[in-house]
Design a protein. Structure first.
Length: 266
């Protein structure tokens, strides 16, 4: 890959242990050392970020259930269902979901393949109707388009991963689901004095991030337009407008910009 032109190796911290990523980083650095002329290969740490995910299905990690349009489903935060999700009940890890959702709001699951409409809101659950069905596995991502979620900008896992990145002397951080300039500052504070030269690339993938783009741009070293999640959060036909706006502003500010994911989907 280096011979073919790879100049950044991205480590996806949504998956894998620190041990696993350490091995990959060492492999990349060993490969670079085999070249007779210097090859600058940056190591990028891609954070998991503040995502919302479903729980484990009753049948285990590899099981699937089929959700059918028109049927009822309960979305719950009751931890009794964390590893007992089924076709009737789906656990999510966002405890405040019942505080931010209202009847008529939509929840998109598994990259928007499945959508449900909220009918009623309870203390720890939402009664919903399946709008678009499909096969659902365990631990799938959820999007709440247009809903201002109050998840922390940096989770405990992200903190631990960032400190690991400082120890491994990574070159840059791809910061997932950045929604404000304050989120970028928080990451910079965690990287601290030892990690002050690590570049922060903000991944813009939701409505809040697009709205606060100017303050984010002022704080970051670069931007990634992450079209995949963005196409769920805002109408797909508006993704290219947001993309052009962000790329244009990055060019004018003289900051690097990456346009990524689902390039052929629109």
């Amino acid at each position: 890959m280096i011979i073919e032109g790879m100049n950044i190796a991205r480590m996806n911290f949504s998956h894998g242990t620190h041990e696993y990523h350490k091995g990959t980083i060492e492999n990349v650095r060993k490969a670079v050392d085999t070249f007779s002329e210097p090859r600058p290969i940056a190591i990028a740490l891609d954070t998991k970020g503040p995502e919302i995910r479903t729980g484990l299905l009753e049948g285990g990690a590899s099981a699937e259930v089929t959700l059918k349009a028109g049927e009822a489903i309960k979305i719950t935060t009751d931890d009794a269902f964390m590893e007992k999700c089924s076709v009737e009940t789906l656990w999510v890890d966002y405890k405040n979901i019942t505080k931010v959702m209202a009847p008529g709001n939509r929840i998109y699951i598994d990259d928007g393949l499945i959508s449900v409409i909220v009918k009623t809101v309870g203390a720890d659950s939402l009664q919903c109707e399946i709008e678009n069905g499909g096969d659902l596995g365990s631990k799938k991502g959820c999007n709440l388009p247009g809903i201002p979620v109050d998840l922390p900008a940096v989770s405990e896992k992200d903190k631990s991963d960032l400190l690991f990145g400082v120890e491994m002397e990574v070159d840059m951080v791809f910061a997932s689901f950045i929604r404000s300039g304050a989120g970028v500052k928080e990451i910079r504070d965690i990287l601290g004095e030892k990690g002050k030269n690590i570049k922060i690339i903000a991944k813009l993938e939701n409505h809040q991030g697009i709205k606060n783009f100017d303050e984010i741009l002022a704080e970051v070293d670069g931007v990634m337009v992450a079209r995949g999640d963005m196409g769920i959060e805002i109408p797909p036909e508006k993704v290219f407008l947001a993309q052009k706006m962000m790329i244009g502003k990055c060019n004018r500010a003289g900051k690097p910009v990456i346009c990524a994911t689902q390039m052929l989907e629109s």
